[in-house]
Design a protein around this ligand. Structure first.
Ligand code: SOE
Length: 387
């Protein structure tokens, strides 16, 4: 008989993120066999019962709920995983914490800073384990970047640059709101690319390079009105289609961030580059197993950008996968997050970013949106270093 401890998962929402998380729960025991905890897919919840049942069959969930309040009330659920649109994160997370459940929440933490703060208060008051799925931290090449930065090899940091570019909303006839398109409805999503895409860039940036002090931003909504899928009426578009901001980091470096859903040809181009006095690093999601590294102390005749294929067992997470030279993909970042969450239950430590740390990203997002609407610099108020 197995002496593993069970972590019984109740997943709410069965869209794209529900699939990435479910895959994470299923794969972890195969590839991280030393962990004491093993996830059990206990229940999945969606308002549409047929959809929930099909999802349960596909991914192996033992039962189905159509009301998230019922799922939270069940005493055979240990952890609630929130994969629903952003307007429901706060209500579900607060109720789950009050019911004594662990809470894993999809990013961004919530629509606004105020909602996010209530979520932080709730998990802290309840003392329950919590984490937010900023998955890109757990791509081995990105984790390796963190290790290189921590080793001091870059020297003083001068610049941090990040992009997250997509092109899926260029068509002016694309409706807003409703299934599959809630990211375009400001009342559901909270914001456009700022909360959806730049939040990833900000989380990674503050993890790698420390706090962002202040920001100056510009946003644009290129298509001003769209038909709303739920009302059938043409309605004003409230989200930011594109956002560009620059900022000061606490360590004195300058940051430059750009995100848009109008960069024709780019589907999910997330890149970052960090330049220090001695060395630089850059990474590109489209070539996610690679980390590029330039070290000015290399012999001058051989000096150049090294392209490190991050597939060696000595590199982060890679001892769990295949053999050197064989890459992994996007889905593995979620498997790693599940593994780290289970590990944190063993050690009693936090699984980063916690709600409290993700709140700092919300502060920057809110300051970015305020800066754009007031056309002025804004202090972020970030006061917890998530590095
Ligand atoms: C939007 O298209 C999206 O799916 C985001 O919501 C995810 O967080 C990002 O990782 C990929 O793009």
């Amino acid at each position: 008989m197995s002496n593993k401890k069970e972590l019984r998962i109740g997943l709410i929402g069965c869209g794209f993120m529900g699939r990435t998380h479910s895959n994470g729960y299923r794969r972890v025991p195969n590839f991280f066999p030393a962990l004491q905890y093993t996830p059990v897919l206990q229940a999945v919840c969606a308002r549409n019962e047929a959809k929930a049942r099909a999802f349960a069959d596909q991914w192996g969930y033992a039962s189905v709920e159509t009301d998230w309040k019922k799922l939270i009330a069940r005493d055979d659920i240990d952890a609630v995983d929130i994969c629903t649109p952003n307007d429901t994160h706060a209500e579900i997370a607060i109720a789950a914490a009050e019911a004594g459940k662990m809470v894993l929440c999809e990013k961004p933490l919530a629509r606004t800073l105020a909602e996010s703060q209530e979520m932080v208060d709730a998990v802290e008051k309840a003392g329950v384990a919590n984490t937010v799925w900023y998955n890109y931290r757990r791509i081995p090449a990105v984790t390796l970047a963190k290790k290189i930065i921590e080793s001091g090899k870059l020297g003083q940091i001068y610049h941090y640059r990040a992009n997250f570019l997509q092109d899926w909303t260029i068509n002016a006839n694309l409706p807003q709101g409703g299934e599959g398109l809630w990211r375009m409805d400001a009342s559901v999503a909270g914001s456009g690319v700022t909360g959806d895409l730049l939040a990833h860039c900000i989380d990674t940036a503050m993890w790698l390079n420390g706090s962002i002090k202040d920001v100056s931003a510009v946003t644009e909504t290129f298509v001003k009105e769209r038909m709303h899928q739920l009302t059938g009426k043409v309605e004003k578009v409230g989200i930011d289609d594109a956002c560009v901001f620059h900022c000061h980091f606490e360590n004195g470096s300058l940051g430059l961030f750009e995100s848009t859903r109008y960069a024709r040809g780019h589907k999910a181009l997330y890149t970052f580059e960090i330049n220090g006095a001695n060395a630089s690093i850059r990474w590109d999601l489209h070539d996610l197993n690679r980390l590029e590294f330039f070290d000015n102390s290399d012999e001058s005749t051989l000096r150049g950008w090294r392209s490190i294929h991050v597939t060696d067992g000595e590199q982060p997470y890679m001892d769990k996968w295949w053999v050197p030279g064989l890459g992994i993909g996007y889905e593995h970042s979620f498997i790693h997050q599940v593994a780290d969450f289970l590990q944190s239950l063993e050690t009693g430590g936090p699984c980063k970013p916690t709600f409290k740390e993700a709140l700092e990203t919300q502060k920057v997002c809110e300051a970015v949106l305020e800066s754009a609407s007031s056309k002025s610099w804004k202090d972020t108020g970030v006061n917890v270093c998530i590095k």
